[in-house]
Each structure stands twice: as C-alpha cells, then as structure tokens.
Write a protein that binds this ligand. Structure first.
Ligand code: FAD
Length: 321
C-alpha cells in the first residue's frame, strides 16, 4: 500500500521507522533482528536508506583522472523485498541522484516495481566524491526534483527510451524537507519554494530532517502551508544518545541543539542516553498534541532508544502502537 494511503486512512498518528542497510559483509540476521524488534509497534511502513559508493578521484600524471571506490553499502532493494515479503510491512526505499545515472535510476525503479514495492523517497544525496562528469554515456539527476520528475514520468508510462514494455508504474513519491533549512539554501523561504516545486512535480508527502526544537518544525509547517504546500509533513525524529552527538549531529545534519538540552548534557555527560530519551519523549508528546500526521523515527542500526521513547509517550495520545 502507498504511504499516502496509510496517512489518508489513519485514524491516529502513524509511527514509522527508518533503517540503514548494514555494512557490506555483515550478516543479514542482525538487521532482521532489529526489524523484528520494531514489529510490536506495527509500523505501517519502514524506510531503508540508500548510499552512493564512497569514492575518491586520483589525478594521473597525464592529467586525466581515475575514480576509485572506497566503500560500498549495498542492500537497500534486497532489504526492502525482505521487509515486504517476510514482515508484511510496506518498505520505502530511498533513491538518490548522487552517484547514479538516470539510466541506473530507471533500472532500479523497474526492479522495485517488479518486486511489488509501491513507495520511493526521492532525494538528492550528498557529495560522494564522484563528479557527474566522470559518468560516461549517462545523464544525471542533479536535484531531487529531477528524480521526482523521472519517477512521475514513469508513473505516466514515459521511460527514457521508447521501450516495448513501458507499462506505467504507480509509485507514491516522498520527498525531504528541512525545518532549519537545507545547509546549501540561502534562506528558509527559498528552500521552501524548492520544496514546493518537488511537491508540484509529484511529491505526495514530506519527511523532515531531524530537529530537537519543536518550534522549528511548527514554524516550518506554517510557512509551508502559507506557501501552498498541502501534503502531510511528517516530523523525522532521532533520539540523541551520546554526549558526542552535541557536536556530530550539528556537523553532519546542520541542525541546532537547544540550550536546555545542551546544558543538561554538559552537566551529566555519562547520562546522555537517558537525557536524550527523556527529551525525545517530551518532544514527541508535544508533537502529537500539535497534531502531527505521524512520527518517523530514524533508528538507523539500533531500534532500542526509539522503542524506549515510544514506551514513555503517555497513554491518551492516540498513536498506533
Ligand atoms: P534537494 O531537494 O535537491 O535540495 C538540495 C539543495 O538544493 C537545497 O539547498 C535546495 O534548496 C537546493 N535546490 C533544490 N532545487 C534547486 C534548483 N532547481 N536550483 C538550485 N537549488 C536547488 N542521503 C543519502 O545519501 N541517503 C539517504 O537515504 C538519505 N535519506 C534522507 C532522508 C530524509 C528524510 C532526509 C531529510 C535526508 C536524507 N538524506 C539521505 C540526506 C540528503 O541526501 C541530503 O540532505 C541532501 O543534501 C539533500 O537532499 P534533498 O533531496 O533534500 O535535495
């Protein structure tokens, strides 16, 4: 079932999760065990992230360049098939522009369609060190909107080539939004206009970057509504679990950690996990009171902190657990 149908049919806010494929060579059992732990919450869908191969470019003495792969993290499509067919939960594979040609994205989408997967989160990805120019004979999607347009075209039966079996796909497309603005955007209003373009191009719902201050999310939603974005805007939430997160989360995700949370962590660094869980439970409770369509937990490799948070949300808040 499509993610947008889950939201439209829901009578209470939905709890969903996002996981990351294990590093190459790790046993699939570990990730199945993690997913198993999420099942008592009955998530309607689970996202699986996608990652471009990490690589670097070597400049050769003759002035040409060579690309070397440093690390691959495969598994998104296989994991999505397992989530659907082993756990009976709708998977949402992330598809990224960065590091892939349009032809490769089309092949991946044909594969997902064949597997019976109804949803895709279309994102740009971050610089993997592979310049687009190094991809021979291929076209690329530069921004997420280009990928959204490609998927919307396939939903109308428009493929890159005039192929014989160009049956229309029927993917529900999700897109990313940034309550504290994307780090490359000159300002929030400009970024929201880019988000609106993604929605007009076919994005049916928005999942936000993580945030620790609900007022940033609420302001973002209000500005999106003013800008004419009417689709569900689902808060993405990550439990802060270590004192190191005070610097790593702002560094990698370009977000702000509010003073009261920073002060608590500084005063009691050894108790960071418990402080993070308490903060997150309070944050989620307030968001549910505000009337969010659901909460999307970034659990990545470890589901336990998010499960601890869910257990702390006071009864009376109608979440589907
Ligand atoms: P875009 O929507 O393309 O926006 C990127 C920047 O370009 C923004 O500043 C925007 O304002 C600007 N922009 C957009 N359109 C234009 C235009 N036409 N002209 C000029 N500027 C423009 N990364 C991964 O590698 N794998 C994942 O699985 C993954 N999952 C994610 C899930 C969520 C919910 C979120 C919020 C992020 C995720 N990311 C993931 C990170 C994401 O790839 C980065 O944040 C990336 O830098 C931006 O992706 P985007 O889809 O928001 O890009």
């Amino acid at each position: 079932m499509k993610v947008i149908e889950h939201y439209e049919k829901a009578t209470e806010p939905l709890i969903s999760f996002e996981i990351i494929p294990p590093k190459r060579g790790r046993s699939v059992k570990q990730i199945f065990d993690s997913i198993e732990k999420l099942m008592p919450v009955h998530p309607p869908f689970i996202d699986v992230t996608y990652h471009a191969a990490e690589s670097y470019i070597e400049e050769l003495p003759d002035g040409t360049v060579k690309r070397h792969i440093k690390r691959k993290r495969p598994g998104t499509i296989g994991l999505c098939a397992a989530i659907l067919h082993r756990f009976g939960v709708d998977p949402v594979p992330h598809l990224i522009c960065e590091g892939f040609t349009k032809e490769e994205s089309e092949d991946a989408l044909i594969e997902l369609n064949y597997l019976g997967i109804d949803n895709v989160l279309a994102i740009r990805g971050d610089d993997s060190g592979v310049s687009y120019n190094f991809r021979k004979n291929g076209t690329v999607n530069k921004f997420a909107i280009d990928l959204v347009k490609q998927i919307s075209n396939m939903n109308r039966g428009i493929y890159m080539e005039d192929i014989a079996n160009a049956d229309p796909t029927d993917f529900c497309i999700g897109v990313a939004g940034y309550p504290e603005k994307h780090f490359e955007a000159p300002n929030l209003d400009w970024d929201i206009q880019r988000l609106k373009e993604k929605v007009v191009a076919g994005g049916e719902y928005v999942v936000t970057q993580m945030f620790y201050d609900n007022s940033a999310y609420i302001r973002f939603v209000e500005k999106c509504r003013e800008a004419g974005i009417q689709v569900p805007i689902v808060p993405g939430i990550k439990v802060l679990t270590s004192h190191r997160h005070l610097t790593t989360l702002p560094k990698y995700f370009h977000l702000n950690i509010p003073d009261p949370l920073t002060d608590e962590l500084q005063a009691d660094p050894d108790n960071a996990k418990q402080i993070g869980i308490e903060w997150c439970a309070k944050q989620c409770t307030e968001l549910l009171e505000y009337g969010v369509p659901g909460i999307h937990f970034y659990v990545m490799g470890d589901p336990q902190p998010a499960l601890d948070v869910i257990a702390k949300i006071p009864t009376g808040h109608n979440i589907r657990v």
